[in-house]
Design a protein around this ligand. Structure first.
Ligand code: FEO
Ligand code: CA
Ligand code: CA
Ligand code: CA
Length: 568
């Protein structure tokens, strides 16, 4: 893949080598600073981090959560500071509490719930190019106890009602906040992904073919929240699960605002959400559902963004959700998920449009979408409007391949490209595979010295550098497993270079920059997550390297020693 256009090369750094070091490796001339690790107070006057993990649930609710994932930098007027929204996807319970998962208690559930969600912090740059978390009236934590409003077609539906919320309009918390996306109206979208891990169904798994099975519910809940919080026990509260798996909108500039679950965008294991403007000024949102054999989606707003906002309505509450079908000839179709269409009628088991959205996956199954190799992040190329998305891997693809998922036992993943010929609201498109990841033996289309696997995060910066962030199996070097990494591609020239390698056991995820491109924020998620209460530094001591501490997920800031644009 990759074109061979002209223009100035976008990449101006020498590639780094693969690494197994307990370090963040960067090209020469680059440096990084740990800005916002797990447990860091959201304002300097907040509760300090205790390196033995003895902070309480109450402390945790005023500190950085765990497992930093998608994020976005919203500049403030002075341009030296901004609001940083950071997702906290999950937790490493063995490191979150001093004694790990032992003697589970309501306090442990509360701390775990407080370590999930979103941070909104204010960060500012000093004269030396260093960054710090500042005191701020905007600083807040959104956790699993924050009230959130349910909006759009699924609000008030009978499947959305619980004993605590008989009207189906208000839910406590947002869960497994994976990736994210900014909106053109300066709000932040945070996407709920692996929600099934938090709900307990019973000793027996759900029946084959059931909705619960389709949404990943098994007979075990890796998180023991249900043992102290009854809303996570599906035997007594079956609908609470339906209130998660949505895209949630947060207004970082209004710390009193109630976040909103935007149900028109569908319910799935959402990865990220990329919003662009259609030709009529409507919002168009691209989204992946990260599960083996699940789908790629887009939402097209019914009316122009400006018109809905003037009327006090959300551009994300009314519109059409589509799912992608990738045909063998390189064309594709966006299939509308509209109640009453063939496959989506009452007779097919969908009572109304709300049910089509609450059970988005079943609706997509019914219309013949193309099962993909785990669609994770998507991003839109500046200038061309082409949509790129990662298919991270799929080792369960053992029987059939198709043109869009061409490898059996897809251990290393690939990156797709969709071309809608300049019309984001189009119902037909052309597609191509941008690259096949992996090593030479796997048939990769990447030069062997830049080999990588499991592309997950994906982001075009303002000038069109494509940042690729990995989570999962990397090609081995001399028989040794390699740490996760971040690369940059110049898609016009077909150039790709490794820019960063993380510490052991981490994934690299979450990326955003200042508008001038001179400070790049990146998240290092779950480094050293094989640590235990007895041996917390079993696989990593990053970032503190404290002999009495533990590894921590963290937001880092990458800058150039000469103050130049990162990557250039
Ligand atoms: Fe949270 Fe699919 O990554
Ligand atoms: Ca993760
Ligand atoms: Ca991911
Ligand atoms: Ca992943």
């Amino acid at each position: 893949g990759g074109g061979h256009g002209g223009g100035r090369p976008l990449l101006g750094f020498p590639a780094v080598a693969p690494s197994t070091a307990d370090a963040v490796v960067l090209p020469p001339g680059y440096r990084y600073q740990v800005l916002y690790p797990w447990g860091h107070p959201i304002v300097p006057s907040g509760p300090a981090f205790a390196e033995d993990a003895s902070n309480t649930a109450e402390d945790q609710a005023r500190q950085a959560g765990d497992h930093h994932d998608g994020m976005w930098f919203f500049p403030l007027r002075d341009r030296r500071s901004g609001l940083l929204c950071v997702n906290h996807e999950a937790t490493t319970e063995n490191l979150l509490h001093t004694d790990g998962r032992a003697a589970w208690s309501p306090e442990k559930t509360a701390k775990s719930m407080a370590a999930h969600g979103v941070s909104v912090i204010q960060v500012e740059e000093d004269r030396d190019g260093g960054w710090q978390v500042a005191e701020s009236r905007f600083a807040r934590r959104i956790t699993m106890t924050t009230p959130i409003e349910i909006t759009g077609p699924a609000a008030k539906h009978s499947l959305m009602r619980t004993s605590a919320d008989p009207e189906g309009v208000r839910v406590l918390g947002t869960l497994n906040n994976c990736a994210s996306g900014p909106t053109p109206w300066d709000t932040y979208l945070t996407c709920e992904e692996t929600i099934n891990k938090y709900f307990y169904y019973g000793e027996q798994p759900p029946p084959a073919g059931s909705v619960e099975e389709r949404y990943g519910i098994g007979s075990e809940s890796p998180y023991p929240w249900h043992t102290t919080e009854s809303r996570f026990d599906m035997r007594t509260e079956p609908n609470e699960f339906n209130r998660f798996g949505w895209v949630v909108e947060v207004d970082p500039f209004d710390p009193e605002s109630t976040p909103k679950k935007r149900t028109a965008l569908g319910r799935m294991e959402h990865e990220n959400a990329v919003v662009v403007r259609g030709r009529r000024g409507e919002a168009v949102v691209y989204m992946g559902d990260d599960t083996q054999f699940d789908y790629f989606y887009k939402f097209v707003g019914a009316e122009p963004i400006a018109k809905t906002r003037r009327a006090g309505r959300s551009p994300l509450d009314e519109g059409t959700l589509y799912v992608a079908r990738f045909d063998e000839d390189g064309s594709g179709r966006w299939l509308p998920l509209v109640h009453g269409e063939p496959g989506l009628t009452v007779a097919d088991g969908f009572a109304d449009q709300a049910e089509v959205l609450i059970h988005t996956r079943l609706a997509a199954d019914a219309v013949g979408a193309t099962p993909m190799d785990r669609p994770e992040w998507c991003t839109v190329q500046p200038g061309t409007g082409a949509v790129y998305f990662t298919c991270t891997n799929n080792t369960a693809r053992t029987e059939t391949v198709d043109a869009a998922n061409p490898r059996l036992n897809n251990r290393f993943g690939h990156i797709m490209k969709i071309d809608e010929n300049g019309n984001p609201s189009a119902v037909r498109f052309d597609w191509d595979i941008f690259l096949l990841a992996g090593d030479e033996a796997s048939g990769a289309t990447v030069p062997p010295d830049q080999a990588f696997g499991s592309p997950d995060g994906l982001w075009f910066d303002a000038v069109g550098r494509l940042w690729i962030l990995t989570d999962g199996t990397q090609p081995q070097v001399d028989g040794a497993n390699q740490n996760n990494q971040m690369l940059v591609a110049d898609t016009r020239r077909g150039d790709i270079r490794r820019f960063l390698v993380g510490p052991p056991r981490c994934e690299i995820t979450g990326i955003t920059a200042t508008p001038d491109g001179r400070s790049l924020f990146v998240n290092i998620q779950h480094p050293g997550d094989t640590g235990t209460p007895e041996n917390p530094r079993a696989s990593s001591s990053w970032p503190d390297y404290s002999p009495t501490g533990r590894p921590r997920s963290a937001t880092i800031v990458i800058t150039r020693e000469d103050g130049g644009v990162v990557g250039a």
